[in-house]
Design a protein around this ligand. Structure first.
Ligand code: SF4
Length: 101
């Protein structure tokens, strides 16, 4: 019987950078609660922005969110800021509502 060598390697995946995220455990700062009021959104996003400013994967995170049309606050950017930068949300309900009128 021939010896069989099994080699298991772990490939680097596109989302490995998430393991170095400074926002672990802080989901409440990066995604809105239901029926969040504008003033609460401003305060929440200001705090999230501070966390992102000290995050070592900020640039990668911002590109990821833009490329994947993410909702919430990613890479120092809100949904509105991504939208304004030309990275449209797939269903920009909140952005449309906030920018209407
Ligand atoms: S840049 Fe901000 S949202 Fe992105 S991983 Fe870092 S802390 Fe989280």
């Amino acid at each position: 019987m021939a010896a069989v060598e099994i080699v298991i390697t772990r490939e680097e995946t596109d989302d490995d950078w998430m393991r170095r995220a400074a926002c672990k455990g802080l989901t409440h700062l990066f995604f809105p609660a239901p029926a969040e009021r504008p003033q609460a959104r401003e305060r929440r996003e200001a705090t999230a922005r501070q966390v992102c400013a000290g995050c070592v994967v900020n640039d990668t995170c911002q590109v990821y969110a833009r490329d994947h049309h993410e909702y919430g606050f990613w890479g120092g950017e809100s949904e509105d800021e991504r939208h304004a930068a030309g990275y449209r949300l797939i269903a920009p309900i909140g952005v449309r509502a906030r920018n209407a009128g």
